[in-house]
Unconditional design. Structure first.
Length: 84
């Protein structure tokens, strides 16, 4: 699948379905070229998982609750040249 084909939208909707079924769910945005999950939830992209991997953020800082009960998200984070 390429850009603009709805991968993030499908992933968020699927995660939301699990959360609504009372399953504790975390959606992780691993798209380092065009991260989008943060914008679907109207959140900042950073800190995120790239910041965690390089030691600039703790897990508690990168996991964020959403408006959907049982659904958290971890954004892609700051895009560093070493991330690509």
């Amino acid at each position: 699948m390429g850009p603009g084909e709805g991968k993030s939208t499908i992933a968020v909707n699927l995660a939301g379905s699990f959360a609504l079924a009372n399953k504790r769910t975390v959606i992780l945005d691993c798209d380092l070229r065009k991260p989008r999950v943060h914008s679907i939830f109207n959140e900042k992209r950073f800190p995120g998982f790239t910041d965690y991997f390089i030691g600039r953020a703790s897990f508690e800082e990168i996991e964020r609750k959403t408006i959907v009960e049982n659904l958290s998200m971890i954004t892609a984070g700051t895009i560093h040249s070493q991330s690509l």
